[in-house]
Design a protein. Structure first.
Length: 302
């Protein structure tokens, strides 16, 4: 998987991308992100580009994001922002890292938006997704889910992958929240995961963090995916995530099922996939997420 160009300063990145006469005419802070700082950079040419920035030691965060965006773009199925480059910059006082992308204005949703989004997502999930060798699930590198690391060690079994790379690390990090009784139930859940999950018909490239805040409505009526935590897995994990925080309209799910019917029993597995996301929120934000985590554990082994 090819990575975008990487530069050792923002100035050198802009010169390489836009020519020696380029400069930043105006910088606007963009709201919405709580992990990185985001800016709209207006160049002296009139062109605008989008920049994410963080501490220099967070450079791998942007490498991983660019790799996920590139993988999605390579399917040719659904829109993503064009990647310009990654980089680091020592600055005047403290070093920082950055990711440059095309600037995309969010637009009003047009008629048929949700149906087209669903068909595009289904096409992404149907696209060929392969790692090297016998591994079927994982990714080309570990990445991040929110601000936390996400393991993507290659595995030939989806159920093993979900146990070893998703649930076990999150439960381990959240251990201090649990009682001895909770830990017994958690152990039963992990040991019996093959009773609840199924292997997919085929591996799918996933967005990995697919909630409404990570989708932009473009002026041409298409949905654009942003901020992925991509990997190759079971598409049910993406669909489950869309239902976790409010969900999308019924038209989206009807169109998706028409384009790519789900395996029988998805609704019975949905909460188990979202357990991963809720555990991650428990580890990021604290005990307000403990009750929904334990409710899902009880749902399966209570």
């Amino acid at each position: 998987m090819n990575l975008p160009p990487h530069y050792t300063s923002l100035a050198s990145a802009l010169v390489s991308l836009f020519g020696s006469s380029v400069s930043i005419a105006h910088t606007d802070r963009v709201s919405g992100g709580d992990i990185n700082k985001a800016y709209a950079l207006t160049l002296n040419t009139g062109e605008r580009i989008f920049m994410k920035a963080n501490a220099k030691d967070k450079a791998l965060f942007f490498t991983a994001e660019a790799l996920s965006l590139g993988a999605i773009a390579a399917t040719g199925t659904i829109a993503t922002p064009r990647i310009l480059c990654t980089g680091t910059d020592d600055g005047e006082e403290v070093g920082w890292s950055f990711l440059l992308l095309e600037y995309v204005e969010s637009a009003e949703k047009k008629a048929g938006y949700w149906e087209r989004f669903a068909r595009d997502l289904a096409a992404m999930h149907q696209a060929d997704a392969a790692l090297s060798g016998e591994a079927r699930f994982g990714f080309f590198m570990d990445n991040y889910i929110g601000s936390r690391p996400q393991k993507n060690a290659a595995c030939s079994s989806w159920i093993s992958f979900f146990r070893e790379n998703r649930l076990e690390p999150q439960f381990k990090d959240a251990d201090s929240f649990f009682t001895a009784s909770d830990r017994t139930k958690i152990g039963r859940l992990l040991d019996g995961l093959d009773r609840f999950l199924v292997e997919p018909e085929k591996p799918s490239l996933l967005h990995g963090d697919l909630w409404a805040g990570n989708v932009i409505s473009r002026a041409d009526g298409r949905a654009m995916l942003i901020d992925p935590a991509g990997y190759i897995g079971h598409r049910e994990a993406d669909l489950a995530m869309t239902e976790l925080f409010g969900g999308f309209p019924p038209a989206f799910y009807a169109a998706y099922r028409e384009a790519f019917p789900l395996q029988e029993g998805y609704e019975e597995r949905r909460d188990l996939y979202n357990l991963y996301q809720l555990l991650n929120h428990l580890n990021m934000f604290g005990k307000n997420y403990l009750e929904p985590v334990l409710a899902i554990v009880d749902e399966y082994v209570g």
